[in-house]
Write a protein that binds this ligand. Structure first.
Ligand SMILES: C[S@@+](CC[C@H](N)C(=O)[O-])C[C@H]1O[C@@H](n2cnc3c(N)ncnc32)[C@H](O)[C@@H]1O
Length: 354
């Protein structure tokens, strides 16, 4: 899994437990990012739709969500991986831009990326394996990058991992059905079919994912964009069309309100953290349009779920706060009985990855 700011690695068991407690069959991850949450829901049997505006997120979703591992020709995949891994490195845009002008990767690895990415287009562009192989390349590059996890800058001194050789690995594919959609949540939400369970994890402040992960955008688009600045960001990072309304303090509330009210889902789970522009009370008020609301908070270190607030359908608090030092929140909304059932599942202590 790639390094991704705001990725919900630690909340995955709780969100998965909520889905299972609902006895749900269909699910939506509307701001899917790494697709980590969508993957967990698929693992638990959901027919998942993963939506995001990012090109790389769509590729990850095509690989992990849309592809059915049970229907895949493993031998064919292994042969393709061997072929790509065996290619000689070659100089190209990626090496020149991200390894010489900027220093996101060692040139020897950049040359491998150039060669593999070119071969993906020339040999595999029509193949069902394409998103799986491209995901493998993105993840391989991520393992040998020289950043702190965002691509606004690279480290002054090469990261130790950057000296490792780029190695393609077969992604951990999942059996089952799903859909990958590259779309703006605010535009697509009204067109999406009803789901039992929806998870929303939008950006909540000025940090643009398009700029933060511009190298992955370019690796997928493979369009040799004009770039600017020390980090060699794509020129279109400056264009309004690549900005999310969720990165605008002025627009975020209306955008979120639109999404929350238009979504057709029995249960909506909204992620929130304390770096957000919007306050918890404002979000609870928005979610109250869907019925009862419960807020669950998760302490970052011990990671024990705690139910901190119960709100009635008009947003008045009717429950008691039991924890105050928490960092991550899940705001659950829907019909009262469903909300209680689901919130109870997540509040139970869960075994979490370290
Ligand atoms: C907090 S991250 C989601 C992280 C994800 N839950 C994970 O665990 O990897 C927010 C995501 O919203 C996406 N995004 C931003 N604006 C969007 C929009 N208008 N519609 C859909 N996705 C959007 C970003 O590309 C980013 O991947």
């Amino acid at each position: 899994m790639i390094k991704y700011i705001g990725s919900k690695r630690r909340l995955v068991p709780q969100i998965g437990a909520m889905f299972s407690r609902m006895g749900a069959a269909s699910a939506l991850d509307l701001f899917a990012g790494t697709t980590r949450v969508a993957q967990e829901l698929k693992r638990r049997g959901a027919n998942v739709c993963a939506v995001d505006t990012a090109r790389y997120s769509e590729v990850l979703a095509q690989c992990y969500i849309a592809c059915d591992a049970a229907a895949l020709d493993r031998r064919h995949l292994a042969d393709a991986m061997d072929f790509l891994q065996g290619l000689q490195g070659e100089d190209g845009y990626f090496t020149e831009t991200y390894c010489r002008r900027a220093r996101f990767f060692q040139p020897s690895n950049g040359r491998k990326v150039d060669a593999i990415r070119n071969a993906l287009d020339s040999v595999f562009s029509e193949s069902a394996l394409y998103p799986i192989l491209l995901t493998s390349l993105i993840e391989a590059a991520d393992r040998v990058d020289s950043t702190t996890g965002v691509q606004m800058a690279y480290l002054k001194k090469w990261a130790p991992r950057s000296y490792n050789e780029l190695e393609l690995r077969v992604p951990d594919l999942l059996s089952g059905r799903g859909v990958a959609l590259r779309a703006d949540a605010t535009r697509v939400v009204a067109l999406l079919p009803h789901v039992d369970f929806a998870y929303l994890d939008p950006p909540y402040n000025q940090h643009s994912y398009f700029s933060n992960y511009h190298v992955w955008e370019t690796l997928v688009a493979w369009d040799r964009p004009v770039h600017y600045g020390v980090a060699c960001k794509r020129l279109d990072c400056k264009e309004p069309s690549t900005r999310s309304v969720f990165n605008s303090k002025r627009e975020i509330k209306a955008a979120l309100q639109g999404v929350i009210t238009e979504l057709q889902a029995d249960i909506v789970v909204l992620s929130y953290n304390d770096e957000a522009w919007m306050g918890l009370d404002e979000l609870v008020e928005l979610c109250a349009a869907r019925g009862e609301v419960e807020v669950l908070s998760f302490e970052s270190k011990r990671y024990v779920g705690a139910q901190i607030g119960i709100y009635n359908p008009v947003g008045d608090k009717v429950g008691r706060v039991s924890h105050v030092r928490n960092l991550e929140y899940l705001i659950v909304s829907g019909q009262a009985a469903d909300v209680r059932r689901v919130a109870h599942a997540a509040a139970a202590p869960a075994v979490c990855p370290a």
